[in-house]
Design a protein around this ligand. Structure first.
Ligand code: CTP
Ligand code: CA
Length: 222
């Protein structure tokens, strides 16, 4: 296996990875979240470390252990994840945003448990900041990679998203294939076009993705 990463593609580089879901509290016992096991993001962090990088992983709530050699910062809400990433992005050469970030949060978090009644319950939701968009458009932006789970029109939706966020690379996967699964299939969209990483386990895909990112990054900074 060590032969796979000879020479170390990311030696001397600092890589920031986000993974897992974020969680937005509704009241003291209930929350709004996205489905995300953290498997793909943790695999990407591990693969970046194997490739010689110094890796920081900002993770939403998951049941996973931090990969060996990786520094993990655990967060819960999107706001906390945003703060942790904004504070560390300036030091990173590469930021890979794998987290399934909640797009909205309740306008207010009830201080007491909301009691059930026969009435329908309406929650007011307000939008969260787009962390990746903010980091990718900073003057000191690292090389930013987005991850999108789509249910349909993967190349079109992915390319539109890549341009909207101003990303050199966006990875798209089919939500139905990716969620909770040990395997996946990734479509990489960059300035050179489309590149498919066919069906494999998530660690294999993460290693192939890191090799692709290293190629683009080294080409860009040459
Ligand atoms: N992302 C982020 N902050 C948000 C929402 C998303 O940093 N508030 C990041 C994700 O980590 C991912 C990328 O943006 O790398 C794409 O996320 P996705 O949910 O697919 O895109 P959105 O722009 O939120 O669009 P939509 O959910 O409407 O498809
Ligand atoms: Ca979203």
């Amino acid at each position: 296996l060590s032969a796979y990463f000879q020479p170390k593609l990311l030696a001397g580089l600092r890589v920031l990875v986000s993974a897992g879901p974020t969680l937005e509290m509704i009241d003291p016992v209930r929350a709004l979240t996205n489905l995300s096991s953290g498997k793909m993001g943790y695999a990407v962090a591990r693969a970046a470390y194997e490739a010689g990088a110094t890796v920081t992983l900002v993770s939403g709530p998951t049941c996973r252990e931090a990969p060996l050699g990786v520094t993990r910062l655990s967060v819960t809400s999107t706001e906390e994840m945003g703060q942790a990433l904004m504070n560390t992005a300036g030091l990173a050469d590469i930021f890979i945003s794998v987290a399934a970030v909640a797009d909205y949060r309740p306008a207010i978090c009830a201080t007491q448990k909301i009691k059930k009644s026969e009435q329908t319950l309406t929650l007011d939701l307000i939008p969260n900041d787009d962390i990746l968009l903010q980091i990718a458009n900073r003057a000191d932006a690292p090389f930013c990679v987005g991850f999108a789970a789509e249910t349909e029109n993967l190349p079109e939706n992915g390319e539109a998203k890549r341009h909207r966020k101003n990303l050199p690379l966006l990875v798209v996967n089919r939500a139905q294939d990716a969620l909770g699964s040990d395997d996946n299939e990734l479509l990489l969209l960059d300035d050179e076009g489309k590149h498919l990483l066919p069906h494999a386990d998530k660690l294999t895909l993460a290693r192939q993705l890191i090799a692709h990112i290293a190629r683009l990054y080294l080409h860009k900074t040459k």
